[in-house]
Design a protein around this ligand. Sequence first.
Ligand code: PNS
Length: 162
Amino acid sequence: MKSAIYPGSFDPVTYGHLDIIKRASEMFDEVIVSVLDNKKKTPLFSVEERVKMLEETTKDLTNVKIDSFSGLLVDYAHSIHVPIIIRGLRAITDFEYELQNAQTNRVLSNGTVDTLFLTTSLEYAYLSSSGVKEIAAFHGDISHGVPPLVEQAILQKFPKES
Ligand code: PNS
């Protein structure tokens, strides 16, 4: 069985992430979407909340599993015996950061963990979780960027003052 890991912060999951997940699920027998539990960052959503939103928004994709991890990605990849990482590329600015990460993961894993890049569909190329959160903080429209259940969850984090 060919499996791949799609790791990320997913704080929160956007239509851009979901586009990558769907396309990856058509290429692999199994895609494990894994949320990084990064103790150094203060996310808007807890790991549990992010996992739940991913579970709900990918429930129609039967070969997609949601998980979480902490520490090094290569250690996680080894622990679940999946040597392929998927990452999405929106623009050249992503590429520099992603290339460095992919090369670092090759070195750390002695060449056993590889990264495959999928280019984000053009309609989502402008989207980012941080952009969505910034718009939401100012009570702007985020319906173009996230599914309704994620939109509701974000709105609860930024309630309008009455
Ligand atoms: O959604 P993000 O925040 O761009 O995802 C980044 C992620 C989670 C893929 C990356 O930060 C990561 O793999 N972190 C785990 C720590 C690690 O392995 N670092 C060394 C390789 S860069």
